[in-house]
Design a protein around this ligand. Structure first.
Ligand code: ADP
Ligand code: MG
Length: 377
């Protein structure tokens, strides 16, 4: 397609092209490429050390890439200093100026950009309103709660109307309830302002609550990219399956493209992969997609078409309030967990023989994995 014919808002705002960051022999960011559409709320999610902050720092201009390119609206950023990048930044530590009032903290980026007093006052007032801190305008940071301080930091990052806001674990220091409140505020703020937000967290629930898309980081690479829904329902690999939510992994052997042997039985798998007979596979079933039926229940309810069943023995039952879990061991010693809403009840007892059932369509099939992918991060 010709660049001339393309609508400007269809082009990505940010393009990362084969971005690398090496520290000596160590590769912190490994050949990472990513397009970020205009207006998106994107989250970098991954465990500690996976390269999220380093990638964000290269975008902000605090770190120089070892190789690769960063484009903002098609223009290379690599030699542009941070303050000329049209990017706002918020960190976990608020880094507010302790001796300045809330109003002067928020106005600081305008003061150093020599914005005239009247215009500065207008914009700071608008920001105070946006983050609901008007009554606190004359306080010092030490006279505010952590959540209020973080709102000052957000207002300060937004006051010069950057086209993009980068946030590195900005709510990490706050307690859970306040964090959830600010997550809701941030999501609404994003909707109202329509700017790009790139958000870093190691908290999957936070990523799910906030983002339109999530990029899952591992060892300096993006190993999954999509909406929380897509990544959870259809993880692209065993690592993402295991990282997001809980997973049952069942080692199986292919018999055909639609059937496997597991635990000495023939089970169905959903079509879509071309498999060699005898090939080792890993099936993945989410705990809430599996059912555990007592022997009596199983006898009363024939296995529906399109479902699998494996015999197992209950090892543990846990009541978790809203939900209950039932841990079982299959004949060949594969541990599985079944999760049910408490209102639906799990009518089984520890030590009992049960039948674990799941719909064939609900099980993912992986042909490649590493042992470490199957462990909870
Ligand atoms: P994350 O934000 O995902 O926790 P980082 O991007 O901060 O991870 O770090 C990725 C890896 O790069 C880590 O192993 C970290 O130790 C390493 N790293 C980051 N900065 C430096 C540095 N200045 N020198 C050496 N290694 C670094
Ligand atoms: Mg980090």
């Amino acid at each position: 397609m010709s660049a001339v014919l393309q609508e400007p808002n269809q082009a990505p705002l940010v393009c990362l092209r084969q971005l690398n960051k090496h520290y000596g022999d160590f590769t912190a960011v490994d050949n990472l490429s990513l397009d970020i559409p205009r207006g998106e709320f994107l989250t970098f999610l991954g465990s500690s050390g996976s390269g999220k902050s380093t990638t964000l720092s290269m975008l902000a201009g605090f770190e120089a890439p070892s190789a690769g390119e960063i484009l903002l609206s098609g223009r290379s950023l690599v030699n542009v200093p941070p303050h000329q990048r049209d990017i706002g930044m918020v960190f976990q530590r608020y880094s507010l100026f302790p001796h300045l009032s809330v109003r002067d903290n928020i106005g600081f980026p305008l003061a150093i950009r020599k914005v005239a007093d009247a215009e500065r006052k207008r914009r700071v007032d608008a920001m105070l309103k946006l983050v609901q801190l008007e009554p606190f305008a004359d306080r010092r940071p030490a006279q505010l709660s952590g959540g209020q301080q973080q709102r000052v930091a957000i207002a300060r990052a937004l006051v010069y109307e950057p086209s993009m806001l980068l946030m590195d674990e900005p709510l990490g220091a706050l307690d859970k309830k306040l964090r959830e409140e600010l997550q809701d505020e941030l999501r609404h703020l994003h909707r109202r302002l329509g700017l790009n937000i790139i958000y870093v967290t190691h908290d999957q629930e936070e990523a799910m609550r906030l983002s339109q898309r999530i990029a899952i980081f591992s060892h300096g690479r993006i190993v999954g990219l999509g909406s929380g829904y897509e990544l959870y329902q259809n993880p692209p690999n065993a690592f993402v399956a295991s990282f997001l939510g809980n997973s049952n992994f069942l080692p199986a052997t292919a018999l055909s493209d639609v059937s496997v042997r597991f635990d000495g039985q023939v089970l169905g798998i959903r079509p879509g992969k071309s498999l060699g007979a005898g090939q080792a596979l890993m099936l993945m079933v989410r705990p809430e997609k599996a059912l555990a039926l007592s022997a009596q229940q199983a006898a009363d309810t024939p296995l529906p078409a399109g479902w699998n069943e494996a015999p197992a023995k209950v090892t543990e039952l846990l009541f978790l309030g809203e939900s209950q879990t039932c841990s079982v061991m299959t004949a060949s010693g594969t541990a599985m967990t079944v999760k049910a809403l408490s209102v639906n009840g799990l009518d089984v007892a520890p030590g009992a023989d049960v039948r674990v059932r799941w719909a064939i369509a609900d099980a993912c099939v992986f042909t490649e994995w590493q042992e470490e992918d199957l462990k909870k991060a």
